[in-house]
Design a protein around this ligand. Structure first.
Ligand code: ADP
Length: 512
């Protein structure tokens, strides 16, 4: 049967979505392919349709054990023979399922990466596997935001399979670096990437506001709508849930500390709109297919832009206008620091995580179009969205070149070896010990911005970092360095404009 016919007859859809046909054609031609499509883009069909056309079995590696059964049930309901093996099954049952796959009774076999070990290898090696689909393929890359060591074994096992299957790797979040890594590790040389822009999402950053107040006001103005509120800790999830429930919001919650039964129940309450507002940690959402999510609000900032874009991608899958809002408070960055520090990653990976956290922070500080900023981060170009809080910010941009030069000059005078706090202290003529001990009070740039508060100068530094005039280099304690654009400003070759609530106090030009 033709892919188009299967699309119609088995899945009930008339046309392929962007990218699907390309991926399916490549797979059927025997090419290893990496499919990068946004959440909700329709990645599953890219291997499910070939699975029905190819003569053998398609092995689907998926980390979502909790959803495996649901996925398989949904396929079976559509008359597509699929099954799964995972740790919930006993030995006999697993053998039986292997037999079903061997006899052609089952076309899709789902397995978790943890199960792809030597115990199962003999069973797998007997099967006529002609396609391996690796879902959430970014988990294989140490550059990805969700690296899972168990994924590395997947490569080894696939290479040892006697049937030498075609490989299809799928992910919704891959920076160019992660994509390159996946392709290298899985021996893939074809990439199909669909447009990442989500024109129906209105991005918004809300800085330094009372989050509770914001949430309550937002829910009052947008009653009866379904949405997800993400927080970083279980404690915060419980606190926010309680707060909203007390204020008559029909709310439920999800985090890894709840029992599996409770999680399932809460998830269903949300999916079926019995309780349309979900407060959750990042444990919630992977694989969730709910079309009418009207908002995703981050009560606390996540650790990476990849995670952020994946989480907000759950809003507006039906194409209708939806809000995605980041409630940014500097203190929440500390929580992410804590997570990185206590994780079992080696120093190199911790360093990478700190860099990603800085990029997340820059998103909160940029005055560029937010949608465009994210697209650029994923290596894509795109027009300004016209719809985000930066595009809609109608404050007039002010010329802050002179203040910017003062900051840049100070960074340079301090040999580009120190961080934001110290630079701001020197510029505002602080007398703290560290400044005097290091003789920074003798620099010509000491006190150049003493008419401003240290907080205001810190924010200016954040702005200059987000706008690319400064670079925050290093991991846990980033040091400020000048970029070529920053240098151009210092040399008087270009200007800096910034939107601000009040006019900045500019003073005399600085010579450098
Ligand atoms: P992803 O894995 O990329 O997040 P899914 O494969 O779960 O996305 O697909 C998201 C939704 O889109 C599903 O409900 C799926 O049935 C639907 N879908 C996929 N392909 C098409 C298509 N060509 N036409 C209409 N709906 C589709």
């Amino acid at each position: 049967m033709e892919p188009q016919t299967i699309l119609k007859e088995k899945f009930g859809y008339d046309t392929f979505r962007t990218g699907q046909q390309d991926v399916i054609d490549a797979v059927l031609a025997g090419d290893n392919v990496l499919a990068i499509m946004p959440t909700g883009g329709g990645k599953s069909l890219c291997y499910q349709i070939p699975a029905l056309i190819l003569s053998g079995v398609t092995l689907v590696v998926s980390p979502l054990i909790s959803l495996m059964k649901d996925q398989v049930d949904a396929l079976n309901e559509n008359g597509i023979p699929a099954t799964f093996i995972n740790s919930s099954l006993d030995y006999q049952e697993i053998n039986y399922r292997f037999q079903q796959a061997a006899s052609g009774e089952v076309k899709l076999l789902y397995v978790s990466p943890e199960r792809l070990d030597s115990n199962y290898f003999n069973g797998l090696a007997q099967l006529p596997i002609d396609l391996v689909a690796i879902d959430e393929a970014h988990c294989i890359s140490q550059w990805g935001h969700d690296f899972r060591p168990s994924y590395l074994r997947v490569t080894e096992i696939i290479q040892q399979l006697p049937s030498q299957p075609t490989i299809i790797a799928l992910t919704a979040t891959a920076t160019p670096k992660v994509a390159e890594d996946i392709m290298h590790l899985l021996n893939v040389d074809k990439e199909v990437k669909t447009d990442f822009a989500r024109p129906n999402l209105s991005f918004k950053v809300v800085k330094d506001q009372d989050s509770d107040r914001f949430l309550l006001d937002y829910l009052k103005v947008n009653p009866d709508q379904s949405g997800i509120i993400y927080a970083s800790t279980r404690k915060e999830v419980e606190r926010v849930t309680k707060l909203l429930a007390k204020n008559d919001v029909a709310v439920t919650m999800y985090h890894a500390g709840l029992s599996p039964q409770q999680r399932r129940k809460n998830q269903e309450d949300f999916l079926y709109d019995r309780l349309p507002v979900m407060v959750a940690t990042n444990a919630f959402g992977m694989g969730i297919d709910k079309s009418n999510v009207r908002f995703v609000i981050h009560d606390q900032v996540p650790g990476t832009l990849e995670a952020y874009y994946q989480e907000v991608g759950r809003a507006g899958r039906d194409g209708l206008p939806s809000d995605v809002i980041l409630l940014f408070k500097l203190a929440d960055i500390q929580i992410q620091h804590f997570y990185i520090e206590k994780s079992e990653m080696d120093d190199r990976n911790k360093h990478l995580e700190y860099l990603k956290l800085q990029e997340m922070q820059q998103y909160a500080n940029t005055q560029q179009c937010l949608q465009q900023y994210i697209l650029n981060y994923f290596g894509e170009k795109g027009p300004v969205c016209g719809n985000c809080s930066n595009c809609l910010d109608d404050r007039e941009a002010q010329d802050v070149t002179i203040d910017a030069q003062k900051v840049l000059s100070c960074v340079k005078r301090m040999d580009q070896r120190f961080g934001k706090v110290l630079v701001a202290q020197v510029l505002t003529a602080s007398k703290v010990k560290r400044v005097t001990q290091m003789h920074f009070d003798e620099l010509s740039t000491y006190g150049l911005l003493k008419n401003q508060s240290q907080k205001a100068v810190s924010e200016l530094i954040d702005f200059l970092t987000a706008s690319g005039h400064l670079r925050a280099a290093g991991g846990e304690y980033p040091v400020l360095q000048l970029t070529s654009t920053g240098l151009a400003v210092l040399q008087g070759k270009s200007q800096v404009f910034r939107k601000m609530a009040v006019k900045a106090k500019q003073s005399l030009p600085v010579n450098d």
